[in-house]
Design a protein around this ligand. Structure first.
Ligand SMILES: CC(=O)SCCNC(=O)CCNC(=O)[C@H](O)C(C)(C)COP(=O)(O)OP(=O)(O)OC[C@H]1O[C@@H](n2cnc3c(N)ncnc32)[C@H](O)[C@@H]1OP(=O)(O)O
Ligand SMILES: CC(C)C(=O)C(=O)O
Length: 576
């Protein structure tokens, strides 16, 4: 026997029998974006603890226009004075762009419909959005056991009144939208029957279609069931010769956390239009997050007509006006969604980023579904360092932030030191701390050995005509340098020969009895950081006795001196 806490819930399929064995949606692909309608100023606003005031709504409306929404539900003008005044400000101050259609929600109740049409005076083009709730639960609870006929009559009477009042409007175009609210838990054939009756009253044509909005007012079931319901309705409309006269619209909520999935599957099932809000603000767990769906489409190369190239700014405006927060893990918009702390993710991201060149057409970076730059994020925050991080991540930060492109075999040594520091501190290291840690340990280290000066050696040789000329000192293929050194406070000037200055310094150290190592690797590159141009050099040495290998780094405007400093740093690390 199930415990009472489970007995009180019944599986959805026991309550609603939705059968569509020959469903087509699973084999389809989304190939174009739906028509978007923002309901931020209505469904989003009605769910706020402190609804937006008129000025805030005006700013929000502008934000939505700037993003590119062409249909915006601006509210429920019959609901309150604030809603009415806001709508009139938009109209009277001519703030509605010519290509934007505003939408007004109204319950199927006579006085509210009348008041809505008062608000619409002088609006060039608007959508009147009529609704009433239809589910068995709402019929029983909200409408006191109202019969199916009674509920249908509410819709039909409302639709007739809307039609009549629209016919009287002479200074604007009125489009019609009907929502059987609670569609997601209404008997499918009954919901469709009401929709069909409303459609017949409004008499749409191909040129002037109506919108049937089929809301998942509450998300009761899995997204596949929602998709089946939408495909079923689309097929019924087709059978009745209405499909091309009706735009099928979605309005999902997120009670089970699958609002986005439900919408995407229902687009596959045939829907033409999608209602939702920025970042999914809305009743309870929220409405569909339009940013999420639109950017999902972008990530498959589909144009959406919506511009989220400055998503951070949009998020900040949204947060200020709604007083809501966007979670750090929120798809696309969250602060941390392009950030990896863990070593193996960082390693893969760094390798992916290294392979992406500016001409590369296809985005292919492990763990990142889109290029953060598309939405105005930079690469700075992709990798952040704490004790979970690995060498690849540390190397990435040093490269991206400080222009230090470390040789791959140097990564373990540097990564180990930085990660240990993060572990000891028990927190994330800032970019500056990572730099400091690297500099303290690896760069331009000067004790016990320091290089005070160096110069090329020259000699006077007689040329073919017997004239003395000044020439580079050379032994076989090796050139000579003099080095002015200090070791444990003791100064000396030593000559050394080598095929380059690094080998020559190694030779000079050998002559001073300080060489117990071999130079095993060397690399250098230019760093251009703002106006300052520098060179970075990395030298690896291995101690002859115990095979201990260490890297050192040198930075200097001269690439030659950077290399020498790198060898001195490596020496000092080995003898520390
Ligand atoms: C799913 C959605 O998001 S729908 C949008 C909901 N949005 C809002 O509610 C925000 C704006 N709403 C409001 O300002 C108000 O609720 C109004 C103006 C719509 C209505 O206000 P009021 O009539 O004062 O209150 P209230 O909403 O409680 O009305 C409930 C009554 O209307 C009835 N009712 C609800 N919807 C409908 C409808 N579509 N047609 C006819 N009657 C309806 C209820 O059964 C109830 O009747 P009862 O009083 O006999 O029990
Ligand atoms: C009015 C309708 C569309 C609604 O907001 C809902 O069902 O959630």
């Amino acid at each position: 026997m199930k415990p009472a806490s489970l007995r009180k819930y019944r599986p959805f399929h026991e309550k609603f029998d939705i059968r569509l064995p020959d469903r087509q949606w699973p084999d389809r692909h989304i190939e174009r974006a739906p028509i978007w309608c923002s309901v931020d100023l209505r469904d989003g606003n009605q769910a706020l603890a402190i609804p937006m005031n008129v000025e805030e709504k005006l700013e929000y409306f502008q934000l939505l226009c700037d993003i590119g929404f062409k249909q915006i539900e601006i509210g429920f003008p019959s609901a309150s004075d604030t809603e009415f005044r806001f709508f009139r400000r938009l109209v009277d101050e001519k703030l509605i762009p010519a290509d934007v259609t505003v939408q007004c929600l109204v319950q199927a109740r006579e006085h509210l419909i009348q008041r809505t049409f008062e608000a619409l005076e002088g609006v060039p083009r608007s959508i009147v959005h009529l609704y009433n709730s239809t589910s068995p639960l709402q019929r029983k609870v909200t409408f006191g056991n109202a019969s199916k006929e009674k509920i249908k009559a509410i819709a039909v009477d409302g639709a007739k009144l809307v039609r009549k009042l629209a016919d009287q409007v002479t200074d604007g175009e009125i489009l019609f939208q009907y929502s059987p609210e609670s569609f997601s838990d209404t008997e499918l054939d009954y919901a469709y029957d009401i929709c069909k009756s409303v459609t017949e009253i409004w008499g749409p044509t191909k040129e002037s279609p109506i919108i049937l909005n089929l809301p998942a007012t509450v998300e009761w079931a899995t997204p596949n069931i929602h998709a089946d319901m939408i495909e079923w309705c689309c097929r019924q409309l087709k059978k009745d010769g209405l499909r091309d006269k009706v735009q099928v619209s979605l309005h999902t909520h997120n009670d089970r956390g699958t609002g986005t999935a439900a919408t995407e599957l229902a687009i596959l099932a045939g829907a033409d239009r999608v209602e939702g809000t920025l970042f999914g603000n809305g009743e309870r767990t929220g409405n569909l997050d339009l940013v999420n769906v639109a950017l999902n489409l972008n990530s498959h190369g589909i144009a959406t007509g919506l511009d989220f190239s400055n998503l951070d700014e949009i998020r900040m405006t949204y947060q200020r006006l709604t007083r809501m927060a966007v979670h750090e893990r929120h798809p696309y918009a969250g602060e941390l969604v392009f950030t990896a702390f863990s070593g193996s993710h960082q390693d893969a991201i760094k390798k992916g980023m290294d392979l992406i060149d500016s001409d590369s057409v296809e985005w292919a970076v492990p763990y990142l579904t889109i290029d953060p730059q598309d939405i105005g994020r930079n690469y700075e925050a992709i990798i952040r360092i704490n004790s979970q991080s690995g060498k690849g991540g540390v190397a990435y930060v040093l490269d991206r932030e400080h222009g230090l492109d470390l040789p791959k075999s140097m990564h373990p040594e540097v990564g180990g030191i930085v990660s240990r520091q993060a572990d000891e501190l028990g927190r994330e290291l800032t970019i500056e701390e990572i730099r400091e840690s690297f500099f303290n340990e690896f760069v331009n280290r000067n004790a016990p050995l320091s290089l005070l000066d160096h110069d090329e050696c020259h000699v006077e040789n007689a040329n073919a005509e017997g004239i003395l000329v000044h020439q580079r000192a050379k032994r076989g293929n090796e050139y000579g340098w003099t080095f002015s050194l200090s070791h444990a406070g003791e100064k000396s000037v030593v000559e050394g020969y080598g095929n380059g200055p690094i080998n020559a310094l190694a030779h000079a150290l050998e002559k001073r009895g300080l060489k117990d190592f071999k130079v095993t690797d060397y690399r250098s590159h230019a760093i251009t950081d703002g106006s300052a141009a520098d060179a970075a050099a990395y030298v690896q040495i291995v101690r002859e006795g115990d095979n201990r290998s260490v890297w050192g780094c040198g930075l200097d405007p001269s690439i030659e001196l950077a290399g020498l400093k790198a060898l001195v740093s490596a020496y000092n690390r080995l003898h520390h």
